[in-house]
Design a protein around this ligand. Structure first.
Ligand SMILES: Nc1nc2c(ncn2[C@@H]2O[C@H](COP(=O)(O)OP(=O)(O)OP(=O)(O)O)[C@@H](O)[C@H]2O)c(=O)[nH]1
Ligand SMILES: [Zn+2]
Length: 352
């Protein structure tokens, strides 16, 4: 299949980006979209086709000044070098493991997050809520995609349960192997649109990528780089061109995303709990044994499902754990080490 180079709009350019440029910028700079980031290099695509560039930008100060897959960067027209990253309308990021407060950028300027689960034992409301919090936190519209509908007796039941999580939540049950069955996803896969995907292992993410993909990629194909041994290796693709004209970002980092600093997302996805909590007597109420707890009162009166509160607690704990600083983590590790030692001592004491 041959296809012409995508133009700016097809690459996902929006008025949001034009509004960040002045006349002077337009005469000196060219925009390009980051298709892949790897070992200090970028693969970008602009209307002139794909290019391989160094990833360092002149004014980079902190972690968020580094280019991520999906970013729009402005290149100097003369030197061809990247000068500036345009503000992102959405961003998936995470704390880099073991580095305290350092942030790793996963994907930028994503319009829609496909939250993938399947119509079988993988289906789990707690997991869906976790992904909904991630979507909300990144500023991306979520769509729940339930695969393996063809293997389930009553796929509608799964879809109904998922829809119950949030008013207006978009849920589609599909057979990921069948292109016709994926037609319901086309509103989010059209020209210029960018999708990312989250879901546990085996739910059908790779199958979805394959079925939705346009085939051989003009925008990213043909970029080769030398590896350490001087061999040519084709750069791993992070953005897949979709048959509908849009883009799908699929990177290992995206697949491993965890909750961090997600307080705003939690408050939104669990708006029912947050609203109740405002009426608790104590601002830091843990809704356990505190007097004047409006959340527990709602449970006693049957207005809130205790299972939902338990899921909210678990996610809040995950967020707190992932958001703690390296110093806090070390302190917790030490306290835990001390406790183990004292238990071991205690056991030895009893044996002697
Ligand atoms: N019948 C049917 N099989 C499916 C569907 N979606 C996925 N499968 C099958 O399920 C298996 C797992 O699918 P994958 O696409 O590899 O799952 P994944 O989410 O990419 O898994 P990881 O790579 O481990 O993250 C494959 O054998 C697929 O063919 C579906 O909608 N219907
Ligand atoms: Zn309370």
């Amino acid at each position: 299949m041959t296809r012409t180079q995508p133009d700016l709009a097809e690459l996902g350019w929006k008025p949001f980006f034009s509004s960040q440029l002045d006349i002077d910028d337009l005469t000196r700079l060219d925009p390009a979209r980051v298709m892949a980031v790897h070992r200090g290099r970028l693969t970008v695509t602009g209307p002139e086709g794909p290019r391989d560039l160094p990833s360092h930008l002149p004014d980079a100060e902190d972690d968020e000044d580094r280019p991520a897959v999906g970013d729009w960067i402005m290149l100097d027209r003369d030197s061809g070098l990247p000068l500036r990253i345009l503000d992102r309308f959405s961003l998936f990021k995470r704390r880099a493991p073991g580095t305290g407060r350092r942030v790793q950028l996963i994907a930028a300027n994503v319009d829609t997050l496909f939250i993938v689960s399947s119509c079988n034992r993988d289906f789990n409301l707690a997991r869906l809520e976790r992904y909904l919090v991630l979507a909300r936190d990144a500023g991306v519209t979520p769509v729940v995609v339930l695969t393996k509908a063809d293997l389930a007796d009553a796929p509608g039941d799964f879809a109904r349960e998922a829809r119950g999580l949030q008013a207006g939540l978009l849920v589609e049950a599909v057979n990921a192997l069948d292109r016709d069955s994926l037609a319901c996803l086309s509103p989010w896969c059209g020209a210029g649109q960018t999708v990312a995907m989250l879901g546990s292992s085996g739910v059908g993410k790779s199958t979805l990528v394959n079925t939705l993909s346009a085939g051989p990629d003009v925008a990213t194909a043909g970029i080769r780089e030398d590896d350490a041994k001087g061999r040519h290796t084709t750069t791993g693709r992070a953005m897949h061109r979709l048959a509908g004209g849009g883009w799908l970002i699929d990177t290992p980092g995206m697949r491993e995303l965890q909750l961090t600093d997600a307080a705003a997302g939690l408050e939104d996805v669990f708006a029912d709990v947050s609203v109740l909590a405002q009426a608790c007597r104590f601002a830091d109420c843990a809704h356990e044994t505190e007097p004047g707890c409006a959340v527990r009162q709602a449970i006693d009166e049957g207005r809130l499902d205790p299972v939902r509160l338990a899921r909210f607690r678990k996610l809040t704990a995950e967020d707190a754990r992932n958001s703690e600083t390296l110093a806090q983590r070390r302190a917790r590790g030490k306290a835990f080490g001390k406790m183990i030692k004292s238990v071991q001592k205690d056991k030895r004491g009893r044996r002697e």
